[in-house]
Design a protein around this ligand. Structure first.
Ligand code: GAR
Length: 205
């Protein structure tokens, strides 16, 4: 059977380990999706070089080359239309997405965040969890809305915090879970298994 694969765009700003995990998952036989394009807002992002090495179209698009955030995102939309993108995946993209992109791709932009949202949104989520003395943290894949890390959660994985954890050791254990659940969510998305009901996302069986 030759079914058409869903096309995703990855937006990243740095290392790109989530992108790599998603890529590995996308080349497994029955994957319902493929990565069509990778975009970074940082020229030196390691993920951009990885994409290039893998032969995936990779673009550095510098926000300050545009007169406004809207103009920057209009440019992203043009690129996504060119690549016929179905789903936009933020993978360590450290910019807030504005309404223009969200309206163009309603419920078609997802993000991963290294905490159990709504706890510890924003920057340095693992550090925030340690400083709060939490015993549990983890990661969340969620739909993106106009707030910061605030859209409906799709899937979470929890990670226990050890007494002697550093930001680095905790981040490392959370990252293992990030790599697992992000691809799982993308697969569910393209198999039409995600149903949004208000702020809740049901996973259909
Ligand atoms: C990941 O831990 C991701 O959850 C986090 O940035 C890291 C990117 O790593 N994202 C956020 O904090 C978004 N608010 P990666 O570049 O190796 O995928």
């Amino acid at each position: 059977m030759n079914t058409k694969k869903g096309k995703i765009a990855i937006l990243l700003s740095g290392r790109g380990s989530n992108f790599e995990a998603i890529y590995k998952n996308s080349i497994i036989g029955d994957s319902p999706f493929e990565i069509a394009v990778v975009v970074s807002d940082k020229r030196k992002a390691k993920g951009l070089k990885t994409a290039d090495d893998l032969g995936i179209p990779a673009y550095f698009i510098r926000p300050r080359d545009f007169s406004s955030k809207d103009e920057y995102e209009k440019n992203l939309i043009e690129l996504f239309e060119k690549f016929k993108i179905d789903l936009v995946c933020l993978a360590g993209f450290m910019r807030i997405i504005s309404p223009i992109l969200i309206k163009k791709y309603p419920n078609r932009i997802i993000n991963i965040h290294p905490s159990l949202l709504p706890l510890f949104p924003g920057l340095d989520a693992q550090k925030q969890a340690l400083e709060a003395g939490a015993e549990l943290s983890g990661c969340t894949v969620h739909f993106v809305d106009e707030g910061v890390d605030s859209g409906p959660a799709i899937m979470q994985a929890s990670v226990g915090i050890k007494k002697n954890d550093s930001e680095e050791s905790l981040s490392k254990r959370i990252l293992i879970e990030e790599h697992r659940i992000y691809s799982e969510v993308i697969r569910l998305y393209f198999r039409n298994k995600l149903k949004i009901e208000g702020r809740r996302v049901k996973i259909l069986t």
